[in-house]
Ligand binder design. Structure first.
Ligand SMILES: [Zn+2]
Length: 163
């Protein structure tokens, strides 16, 4: 196998990995997530009531639950700085409220984890939109320095906020 073939193989593997978390995969309508209960119908995932008898409804893990299970975040957000440390509880409360509001509207946009770091916290999310919304909410409420960069063909985002 020559070098070109290796390159192509890597590319195929990468595309397959990304597709795993796409929201637009062709699923039977409706399909229900076995973990969180959100429903895929009319080409999108949403929170909705299912008929009482779900016996014959297609079941799967939704892309957000799959990211959580595989621990593959789409969004990363670093929060740091002296102001952050001294207002941490208040800022994290704002973040949780914003993330809840986003998840109600868009079930694939969720908070994954808030991990303590020596210099602040690292938050991971299942979607890029919620990460950006959290950054903008914190900046609006507390000013500070907000930066974000997209990666992986805009399928991932890294947000950082410092004050
Ligand atoms: Zn789910």
């Amino acid at each position: 196998m020559n070098k070109n073939q290796f390159g192509r193989r890597d590319k195929l593997i990468q595309e397959k990995r990304i597709d795993t978390y796409q929201q637009t995969t062709k699923l039977p309508d409706p399909t229900v997530c076995t973990r969180c209960g959100c429903v895929f119908s009319n080409g999108r995932w949403s929170w909705q009531e299912l008929p009482a008898d779900t016996h014959n409804i297609n079941k799967t893990l939704c892309p957000a639950c799959k990211r959580i299970e595989d621990n593959v975040p789409a969004g990363y957000m670093d929060l740091s700085g002296e102001f952050f440390v001294s207002h941490k509880n208040e800022i994290l409360r704002l973040i949780k409220n914003e993330a809840d509001a986003e998840s109600q509207e868009h079930p694939m946009e969720r908070l994954m984890e808030i991990a303590e770091k020596p210099e602040g916290v690292l938050i991971t999310t299942t979607g890029i939109h919620v990460a950006r919304r959290l950054g903008e909410a914190v900046e609006k409420a507390y000013r500070g320095q907000l930066d974000y960069t997209y990666g992986d063909d805009e399928k991932t985002i890294r947000v950082s906020w410092r004050r």
